[in-house]
Design a binder for this molecule. Structure first.
Ligand code: HEC
Ligand code: HEC
Ligand code: HEC
Length: 130
C-alpha cells in the first residue's frame, strides 16, 4: 500500500473514532428514554421549563454553554426566556433547583444516550447525588 492508501486508512480510522459515540447511540435505539422513565419537577413547583420542552430536549447543552459564557465571561446575570421570564444563569442554582432529582432526570437520560457530561466534577448539587 502506498502512502496515499495508508493516509486513507488512517482517515477512515479517525472518522470511526470521532463518530463512535454516535454509533453507540444509534445502536442503543432511541436517543432518549420515555417520559415515564424520567422524574420531572413537582407540578406544584413548575409545569414548564425555561423554554419549550422539545426545544430544551434538543438544545439544553447549548443553553448551558451560553449561560456559562454569559455569567463567567460577560458578567450577564440574567437570562430572559422567549416567554419573557427571567432566570439567573446557573446550572446548580437554577436548573437543579427545579430538576432536584439529578439521578432520575439528567443522569438517567444521559446514561441512556451514552453521554457523560463532566460538569459534575466541579458543579456539586445540593442533595442531588455525588
Ligand atoms: C422553573 C423550573 C425549571 C427550571 C429552572 C428548569 N427546568 Fe427543565 N423542565 C422543567 C419542567 C416542568 C419540565 C417539563 C416540561 C413539560 O412537561 O412541558 C422540564 C423539561 C426539561 C427537559 C426536557 C425533558 C424531556 O421530557 O425531554 C430538559 C432537557 C430540561 N428540562 C433541562 C433543563 C436544564 C438543563 C435547565 C437549566 C438550563 C432546566 N431544565 C431548568 C422545569 C424546569
Ligand atoms: C430527555 C433526555 C435528557 C435529559 C432529561 C437531559 N439531557 Fe443532557 N443531554 C441529552 C443528550 C441526548 C445529550 C447529547 C446530545 C448530543 O451530543 O447531541 C445531552 C448532553 C448534555 C450536555 C453536553 C454534554 C457534552 O459532553 O457535550 C450537558 C452539559 C447536559 N446534557 C446537561 C444536562 C443537565 C444538567 C440535565 C438535567 C437538568 C440534562 N442534561 C438532562 C439528553 C438529556
Ligand atoms: C474544571 C471545573 C469545571 C467543569 C468541569 C465545569 N465547570 Fe462550569 N464553572 C466552573 C467554575 C469555576 C465556574 C465559575 C464559578 C461560578 O460562578 O460558579 C463555572 C461556571 C459555570 C456556569 C455559570 C455559573 C453557575 O452557577 O452555573 C455554568 C452555567 C456552567 N459553569 C456550566 C457548566 C457545564 C454545563 C459544564 C459541563 C459541560 C461545566 N460547567 C463544567 C467550573 C467548571
Amino acid at each position: 500500500m502506498g502512502d496515499r492508501g495508508k493516509a486513507l486508512v488512517g482517515l477512515g480510522v479517525f472518522i470511526l473514532l470521532v463518530t463512535f459515540p454516535l454509533w453507540g447511540r444509534l445502536a442503543g435505539g432511541q436517543p432518549v428514554p420515555g417520559r415515564d422513565d424520567l422524574v420531572y419537577p413537582d407540578p406544584a413547583k413548575a409545569t414548564d421549563c425555561i423554554e419549550a420542552r422539545d426545544w430544551m430536549t434538543a438544545n439544553h447543552m447549548n443553553l448551558l454553554n451560553r449561560w456559562r459564557d454569559d455569567l463567567v465571561r460577560r458578567g450577564v446575570t440574567e437570562y430572559v426566556s422567549s416567554s419573557g421570564k427571567r432566570y439567573y444563569p446557573s446550572l446548580t442554582k437554577t436548573c437543579l433547583d427545579c430538576h432536584d432529582d439529578r439521578d432520575k432526570f439528567c443522569n438517567r437520560c444521559h446514561d441512556y444516550a451514552h453521554v457523560t457530561p463532566t460538569c459534575w466534577e466541579c458543579h456539586t448539587t445540593p442533595g442531588g447525588g455525588a
